[in-house]
Design a protein around this ligand. Sequence first.
Ligand SMILES: Cc1cc2nc3c(=O)[nH]c(=O)nc-3n(C[C@H](O)[C@H](O)[C@H](O)COP(=O)(O)OP(=O)(O)OC[C@H]3O[C@@H](n4cnc5c(N)ncnc54)[C@H](O)[C@@H]3O)c2cc1C
Length: 638
Amino acid sequence: MIKIGEILGSSSSRSNWRPRGVRSRSLHRISRRSRSLFIHRILFTQQDILVERSVTLSQPCRSALGDNRNPQKISIAGDITLSVISGDTSAMCPLRPGMGHRPHGYGETHAAFATSAGNVIARRRGPRMAVAPLQVPSEPVVGGMGRPARIAVVGAGLAGLSCAKYLSEAGFQADVYEARDVLGGKVAAWKDDEGDYYETGLHIFFGAYPNMLSLFQELGISDRLQWKSHSMIFNVPTEATADADGLVRTRPVYSRFDFPEWLPAPLNGIVAILRNNDLLTWGEKVRFAIGLLPAIVFGRRYAENCDSLSWTEWLQRQRIPERVNKEVFSAMSKALNFIGPDEISTTVIMTALNRFLQEKNGSKMAFLDGSPSERLCEPLVDFITARGGSVQLERPLKRIALNPDGSVRYLVLRKGRDEEIVKADAYVSAMPVDILKRLLPDEWRALPLFANLKHLVGVPVINVHLWFDRKLTDVDHLLFSRSELLSVYADMSNTCKGYADDNRSMLELVLAPADEYIGKSDEDIVDATMAELQRLFPQHIGEQAAEKANLRKYHVVKTPRSVYKTTKGLESYRPTQTTPIINFFLAGDFTKQMYLASMEGAVLSGKLAATEIIKTVFEASQDGTPPAEAFLSSSFEN
Ligand SMILES: Cc1cc2nc3c(=O)[nH]c(=O)nc-3n(C[C@H](O)[C@H](O)[C@H](O)COP(=O)(O)OP(=O)(O)OC[C@H]3O[C@@H](n4cnc5c(N)ncnc54)[C@H](O)[C@@H]3O)c2cc1C
C-alpha cells in the first residue's frame, strides 16, 4: 500500500478544506491566471525547496492532518496549500494567515515543506534559498511490490554516503563502492605512526548548513560538533621589532567580528561589521553597505544573476574601494574556493553573505571533534549497513557498460588484480567531476548535460599540518591568515577534542591558491609555510624569536583537483542530479544545489539524488511497476 500520492489543489478556493482524489500520475499544472499556489507531488522535492515564513497550523487543520509526525509549525510563503492523504482521499487547506494560521518570523520569498514521512508537502515555485533541510521520505516508499530496488553508488565521499544513507532509510538496498582504502573523499583523514591524524582539508561546519546539521542529528552524533564563539577572527599584519637584546617578542594581533547573541539576523551581522574598525574605515563600510543594497532587496535571484561577474568586477561596478577586497574578501574568497577575488564568481561570495546575514547563526562555526573519516563517515557506514546496504573500499570504477538503448548495463570495478561486475537497478556517480569526465562512456559525451562538464575543473589546494614543541596560540577558533600564501588555519590542539594538547600546538593550514606549490616537494611547502608563519607568530618562529617554537613533525596533503573552481559564468554548466540516462544519477558537490562546493553541498546533492531515485520508483509504482523495474528504459531521455 502506497501511502503517498500526487495531490493537487489551488488556494483559489474560498473554502478552507477541500477533499481531493489522489493518485494521478500526470503532473497537473495550474494556470498562471489563477495565480494559484499548489501542492505539487509529495516526492517532487528539489534543491530550491524553501522556507519563507513559519506558521502555526490552526487547530482544525492540525487535527485534520491527523498525523502526529506532522509538526505544528511549518514554513510557508504567503498563500500555500498543504495537503494530507488519509486513506484514499486527501484534504487540502490553503495556508493563509487569514485562515487562522499564524505567521512567524521572516525569511525567504518562497516555501516548501515535506514531513519526514513524506506524506505531506507544500511547495511553491520561484527563486529561493533553502534554509530548512530537505526532507527525504524515510519510510519504505513501496511495499509489497517485489524486492527493493538495488542502487550502486560510486564514491564514498559525503555525497555518496549521504545518498546511500537516505536511500537505505527509504527501504532501498544501497551499495557504495569507493576507490580508495579510506572513507570520506575530500574529508578523508589518516593516522600516522605516532597515532596523530592528518586530513585532506581543514573543515569547518557552519550554522547555515541545515542538511549537514540534520544529518548529524539523524545519526545521533550532534555532540561531536564543537561550536565556537560566534565570531570571525582575522590576523592583522604587525611589524616585528627586536628588543635591545636582539630578540623579538612581538605578539600576534587579531581583529574580530563578534556577532552578538542577543540580536537576530541580520542585525547581529551588521553590528559585528560596524563594531570592527580595524580592517575597514567607516567610509568603506558605508560604501560597501550601499553596494550591497540590491543583494539585500533581491536576495538569491540577484546572487545568481551576478555569476557573470568576478567579485572584483562586482566591487568595481558598485564603486566599492579595492581596499575592501584586500582587507576582507581576499581572505573570504580563498577560504570559500581556494582562489582570489579576481577569479571567484560573485555568486559564490553573495551566496555565503546571504546565508551569513539571513540566519542568526549562519556564520557560527563548529569543528568536528576528531577525524572526519572516523567521526562522521563511519556512523554513515553503520547506518547503511544496518539497513542491508554495504560500503566497500578499494573498489575503483573502471568502466560503465551500456545497454543498446544507452542506459547502464553494469559497472566494471577493479577488485585487487581482478575485475568485478556490479549490476544494479540504478547507478549513482558520486565521484569528483574530474574523474567522472574521464569515465563517461563515449556514447554519452555529446549529451549537453555531460558535455557541459568540461567547464568544471577541480582547483588545487594543499593542507599543511605542523606539530610544534610548544603552544603558539590559545585561540580556540578558525583564523583567517590574510597572507598571500595561506588561507585559513587553526590550532587544532585547541579547537578539536580528538587532537587536544595542552602544551603543544598543531597548526592545520590551508595553502591557497596552490597552483604554484602543488608540484613542489613537501619540504619546500613547509619552508614556505614557516616563512609565512614567522610573520604571524614572530615571537615564536624565526632566528630572533624570543620564545622559539621548534617544528617536531609535519604532514602535507596535496589535492591537485579538489572542489571545482568557481570562476564566473559556470553556474549554468553544473549538472542536475537526474541525467538523460534513466538509470544513471549524479551526486557530488559540483552538481546543481545551492550550497556551493562544500560539505553541505555534497550532503544535499546526495539527498537530492536519493529523492530523484525514490521519485522514479514511486512514479513507476503508480502503474503497478515494481521498484526493480522502475529504471528500465528504451531510449535516451534527452
Ligand atoms: C582543503 C579543503 C578544505 C575544505 N574545507 C571545507 C570547509 O571548511 N567547509 C566545507 O563545507 N567544505 C570544505 N571543503 C569542501 C568539501 O570537502 C567538499 O565539498 C566535499 O567533501 C565534497 O564531497 P563529495 O562527496 O562531493 O566529493 P569527494 O569528497 O571528492 O568524494 C568523491 C569520492 O569518490 C571516490 N572516487 C573517485 N574515483 C572513483 C572511482 N573510479 N571509483 C570509486 N570511487 C571513486 C573518491 O575517492 C572519493 O571518496 C574543503 C575541501 C578541501 C579539499
